[in-house]
Design a protein around this ligand. Sequence first.
Ligand SMILES: [Zn+2]
Length: 162
Amino acid sequence: MKGDKLFKINIKCPECGKEKVLTLPKERSEIIKELYTISIPSGFICDHCFQAFIDKGNKIRGYQKVDFEVKEYRDLIDSYDNLKKIQDLYNKIISEVFNAEPLFKILITLHGEKNELSIDELKNITGIAGAVVKHAVFELDKHGLIKFDENSNKAKLIEKLF
Ligand SMILES: [Zn+2]
């Protein structure tokens, strides 16, 4: 979008007064009627969800509090994003490592509640044989995805990938 087609507007939460400057496309106000509405989701400016009414001249005319915001849809997008990340990761590992199934399983397991697990714990959770777990852990360490400490026999996730 070109700069001259944009305008800035200061939006202020009607509930807590927190402000944020938004950049909006200008033509939006050219095609429409007297007033148009912008929906501000919670978490964008503050914790509140509200609507702002803006007139043709790009002036704020009022705000409307939104009492109930359906969040399931956003949660759905989040989990969809995660799903895509997991899939990308899977493809990456599969393409680089022979017999990568156990590696992937272990990596996913380390994304659970605990980011650090012993070989035994990994064995029990994934149902993969101990020797295979150990090999997989070495491979993941080699690829810089986890850190394996031979002294404590524990595998630790370096950073969450999704
Ligand atoms: Zn607020």
